[in-house]
Design a protein around this ligand. Structure first.
Ligand code: DHB
Ligand code: FE
Length: 286
């Protein structure tokens, strides 16, 4: 059976892609952020995941404001990136696992999630940057992905509670997959940031710390925030927290924090978190 090994929450700021391309990871400006990934690399070397389920938000590459699904699940064997205009190199295509995607889609629909199924899906910086951070060096990524896009862009957005439930549904679906896959969960974006308008550059460190604490031990506590309150607390793009919430929802076992790095600012925001997931059945056996 498939097993959920843990989760990673990480920012997806596009300028990271530029820093990678220009080998700036050891520069004083960038190193406090890149160094935060050493623990993630060690963990990945240990748990050796086969697949990453990636909760992210598309920023206009695959979906635009005219048609924007609330939840979209990739069901392809390959996901291409294209030039989004950030001045970063186009990434290599990432491998998918369509059979696993369809298993998850079946389970989501059975759980009454009305999702959009995408057999052809471009993935933007919100997928490619986290993958490049986790597997640096520019080689082929060793895991297959299932990209799940959550609308954090065009209001009305799904609630925190709905995203937590989406993650939980995915978590249970993973555990019922017959193949012996080691599955990691990724949530990208956030935490607090605002890119434009009067509050451009807005960051709320206290709220970010609170969100990270709650993500570990009490994700349900975050469901008390309405989307408007999240925008107020975290900025217009801070609602990307929804991707972290879904990631946490998919960790169905006993969750513990292995590592966190909070260094601001690189561009407008930067947070990284690594969570371990011990399956409950495994715990009983131990
Ligand atoms: C930045 C952050 C984002 O989440 C994004 O999608 C694009 C840019 C930034 O901070 O520059
Ligand atoms: Fe973003």
């Amino acid at each position: 059976m498939a097993r959920i090994v843990g989760g990673v929450g990480t920012t997806h700021v596009p300028s990271i892609g530029k820093a990678i391309a220009e080998h700036k990871d050891k520069d004083p400006y960038w190193s406090p952020f890149f160094d935060g990934f050493h623990a993630v690399h060690q963990w990945l070397g240990r748990v050796k995941p086969d697949v990453a389920v990636v909760f992210y938000n598309d920023h206009g590459l695959n979906f635009f404001l005219d048609k924007l699904p609330t939840f979209a699940v990739g069901a392809a064997n390959e996901y291409r990136n294209e030039d989004e205009g950030w001045g970063i190199p186009v990434s290599k295509a990432l491998a998918g696992d369509a059979a696993f995607s369809w298993h998850l889609i079946n389970a989501l629909v059975a759980d009454e999630f009305d999702i959009t199924m995408c057999q052809d899906m471009l993935v933007d910086h919100a997928v490619t940057i986290p993958m490049a951070l986790m597997w640096p060096g520019g080689g082929s990524c060793p895991v297959k992905i299932v990209p799940i896009s959550i609308n954090t862009v065009q209001h009305l957005l799904p609630s925190v509670s709905r995203c937590l439930k989406l993650g939980r549904s995915i978590g249970h679906a993973i555990e019922s997959y017959e193949q012996d896959l080691r599955v990691m969960i990724v949530g990208t974006g956030g935490l607090s940031h605002q890119l434009d308008g009067e509050r451009a550059g807005f960051i709320n460190k206290e709220f970010d710390q609170l969100c990270m604490d709650k993500i570990v031990n009490d994700p349900d506590a975050l469901t008390r925030y309405t989307i408007s309150q999240l925008v107020e607390q975290a900025g217009a793009q801070g609602v990307e927290l929804l991707n972290w919430v879904a990631m946490r929802g998919a960790l169905t076992g006993r969750v513990s924090e292995l590592h966190r790095n909070y260094h601001i600012p690189i561009s407008n925001t930067a947070a990284t978190m690594l969570l371990d997931n011990q399956a409950v059945a495994q715990r009983q056996a131990a």
